[in-house]
Write a protein that binds this ligand. Sequence first.
Ligand code: ATP
Length: 459
Amino acid sequence: MPAQSLDQIVSLCKRRGFIFPGSEIYGGLQGTFDYGPLGVELKNNLKQLWWRHNVYERDDIDGIDSAILMNPLVWRYSGHEETFVDRMVDCRTCQGRFRADKLGEAQCLKHPRLCPGQCEGELTEPRPFNMMFKTQVGPVADEGSFAYLRPETAQGMFVNFRNVLDSTGRKLPFGLAQIGRAFRNEITPRNFLFRVREFEQMEIEYFVRPEEAAACHEQWIQDHFNWWIEEVGLRREHLQLYEVPDEERAHYSVRTVDIFYKYPIGWEELEGIANRTDFDLGSHTRDQEQFQITARVPKNVHSNQRLVYFDQATNRHLIPFVIEPSAGVDRGVLAILCEAYDEETLPNGERRVVLRLKPALAPIKAAVLPLKKNTPEIVAMARAIERDLKRGGDLRVVYDDTAGIGKLYRRQDEIGTPFCITVDFQSLQDRTVTVRDRDTMQQERVAIGALGTYLRERI
Ligand code: ATP
């Protein structure tokens, strides 16, 4: 039985050390979460899969890691100062503040069973609220010393367009990939990891000739839709594409298609894939009037560079279009946990929770378990196997002898460990162990010397 509600996932995450509420000992800080020992492994594995697919397995994308703090002019000319807003309403009765377009998802502060507007409370007219966090840079707090915490990683890639071009000599089409933190002062953070104020994004800015942008956009949509299924392991029937209508699209986009996942809270966005046109490179470019920019960009830009590409075929400069696949790491982790969660009753009547994670994503790849912890030879052999498997540095392997074997299996099932290796009396005689498969619970005898290959082949 899959997860019926987000509460089951939240409870498993807390109990087993995947994810904790941020600053919990002081009552928390809304919209923040901390990844625990297992959560950090799962999140890193997801990021690695993404990086491998988008950077290592292609020859047209390079990585970048740009600063979170940027000159505030970046956010002026990117359009975020003016348009990165949600519309907000206040309740004159309970003093709550709510996102105007999500009233149906919010709770009245006085009557939590009701949505704002359904209670006796009187709501104000909607007004814009800018979601960028401000901070102070340097020791003097004055007008000119503020900076924003970036609300998207994308701008770090646009402002480095020339640097990358000059240092790599790339030819169109090519792209940049970045994984990093983004911050949004969401009016109502909610639904666990789904809507938080500090999160990570995995973004690509793919630069193409304007006339190739529409077809290229289509390819990225298909590529990433398939990636979530084939490599991450989300079910096809839990994913759908959503054509974002004009009124919901960001200011820079002529077309955006979202990949929606069927979370226990309903169908919601996991990744957005936008055609950002020449808006961003165009709006950060000096001497704009010399180039044909199709997007309506801010004028009188103060940048000191031309973010343009010299096209040898036509002997002219052009401003490339940009296709941007942008996924949330935390929404990915949440989708993976929801997808993998399963509760089942075994033939002997016992119930187990099992996380059916793809082995490549599992925080722990194998657990080495001695059948008898008071038999020194068995313990020594189990410890030696653990040491040996860890030697390559590519497998997270643990040793556990703190309970009976049945309980140890259940523990590993619940955190998604695909293989349990049990050392028993027979192991002492013939140097074989049992390897138990998490999903089928079938056991197989494998020679100790062949264990490394056995596991790596299956992971
Ligand atoms: P939404 O409409 O749900 O607020 P968005 O369309 O504003 O999302 P984008 O600007 O397209 O989101 O950001 C790209 C990705 O970053 C999203 O697909 C999502 O996975 C992630 N993301 C955006 N906002 C948040 C948030 N507050 N918490 C967690 N992840 C987020």
